[in-house]
Design a protein around this ligand. Structure first.
Ligand code: PLP
Length: 396
């Protein structure tokens, strides 16, 4: 059965983690995989999440099956967190299913579109997260790329992006990062979201919003502005939510796919397809992470505590961005590193060549994925000068 299988190359991002682990140098720095790290390099469980988990373990009376849609309280509360005041007004048009992390939401969303309109083309930003194309493309939908980054300004090339979107045929799907664009860290402004929303409505396009970092850019509300601007004006929208980063629940695989439809009948029909797709692939999602989030969001004290914890993670990442910018500017005064502090979230592109990335790894033991994306949270007071030296040598 399996003799004919060839050995695949490592995953572009997970392969970096494996290479980092094999490196025995005490100097090594992991700026690869997208997990938050504290000053000592740990990926903590937020105290509020731990408290919600402990409370849940003490009261859970059964481990019986949930159902294909998962934990319905979680579904309702996570959509409310994302859509804010819009959630109740859109409730009768929104079909939500709990998914296996944000990845599961992206894939299930793609499968749903494949069932509904098999010929749909999905347009993703150039560049985008390395797993977007494999995840969505594996559904059989065709993918195209829209211009996104102005590599010189290191900001969104909004004119080019909008110009592309304005020419798309009706019913095209446009994948958008709600905030903390991965890998560039360059986000749209609220005015740009509004202009994009207008074009999406005029052209009859469907946005597929990936919300993997709510709270990691500025705060929970600010990071959802773009999503809400769209949800307010478009008739249909897909939303993939991940609880991996902001709740620190990476391995619990917690997420949701919310689909805003045009009316209650379409919502009901969509829910049946979501459930059938899940049933046919894995039957139903794991409960643990979703039950924790549902409990946390319903408890005002825990929620406040969690919000403060997310706030301190963001403050640390902003601080690290400023610190690295200062250290790089000191080494290369003729360069402008303002982009580091303008960008949001965990990631920025270092703008290195392929050979630069290899030198960073082989000579300095600093690990980034093949696209040169840096996880800012991998920097610390202890390694910032070392990283700045290594990067400055390449940029000089
Ligand atoms: C842009 C983006 N979307 C979605 C995800 C999905 O994350 P998960 O499946 O771990 O919840 C990630 C994780 O790195 C991501 O960076």
């Amino acid at each position: 059965m399996f003799e004919t299988l060839d050995t695949l190359p490592p995953d572009p991002i997970l392969g970096v983690t494996a290479a980092f682990r094999r490196d025995t140098s005490p100097l090594k720095v992991d700026l690869g995989v997208g997990v938050y790290r504290d000053e000592s390099g740990n990926t903590p469980v937020p105290a509020a999440v731990r408290a919600a988990e402990q409370g849940m373990l003490g009261t859970q009376t059964s481990k019986s099956y949930v159902g294909p849609a998962g934990n319905v309280e979680f579904n309702e509360r996570i959509v409310a967190l994302a859509l804010g005041p819009l959630a109740p007004t859109l409730a009768d048009r929104t079909a939500t299913i709990q998914t296996v992390g944000g990845c599961g939401a992206l894939r299930l969303g793609a499968e749903l579109v494949k069932v509904s309109r098999p010929g749909t083309v999905v347009h993703v930003s150039d560049p985008t997260w390395a797993n977007h194309e494999p995840l969505i493309g594996s559904s059989g939908l065709r993918l195209e790329r829209y211009p996104y980054l102005d590599a010189t300004r290191r900001d969104v090339d909004f004119d080019a992006m909008l110009g592309y979107v304005e020419r798309l045929p009706a019913a095209s799907l446009v994948l958008l990062h709600a905030c903390c664009h991965n890998p560039t860290g360059a986000d749209l402004t609220p005015a740009q979201w509004a202009a994009l929303g207008d074009v999406i409505v005029q052209r009859g396009l469907v946005p597929f919003v990936d919300l993997a970092y709510q709270g990691f850019g500025d705060d929970l509300e600010t990071d959802a502005i773009g999503l809400r601007v769209l949800a307010e004006r478009v008739p249909e929208l897909l939303l993939a939510v991940s609880c991996s980063k902001n709740f620190g629940l990476y391995r619990e695989r917690t997420g949701a796919l919310a689909v805003i439809t045009t009316n209650a009948a379409a919502r009901a029909a969509t829910a049946t397809h979501q459930a059938r797709l899940a049933r046919r692939m894995y039957s139903m999602p794991p409960d643990h992470g979703a039950a924790i989030v549902a409990r946390l969001l319903a408890d005002a004290t825990l929620r406040q505590q969690w919000q403060a914890e997310v706030g301190s993670m963001v403050a640390r990442m902003k601080g690290l961005r400023a610190l690295l910018a200062t250290r790089l500017s000191a080494r290369l005064p003729a360069h402008d590193f303002g982009w580091l502090t303008r960008q949001r979230g965990m990631f920025s592109l270092l703008g290195l060549t392929e050979s630069g990335i290899a030198r960073l790894r082989d000579e300095d033991h600093v690990y980034v994925p093949p696209d040169g994306r840096m996880n800012v949270a991998g920097i610390s007071d202890a390694n910032v000068d070392y990283v700045a030296d290594a990067v400055a040598r390449l940029l000089a």
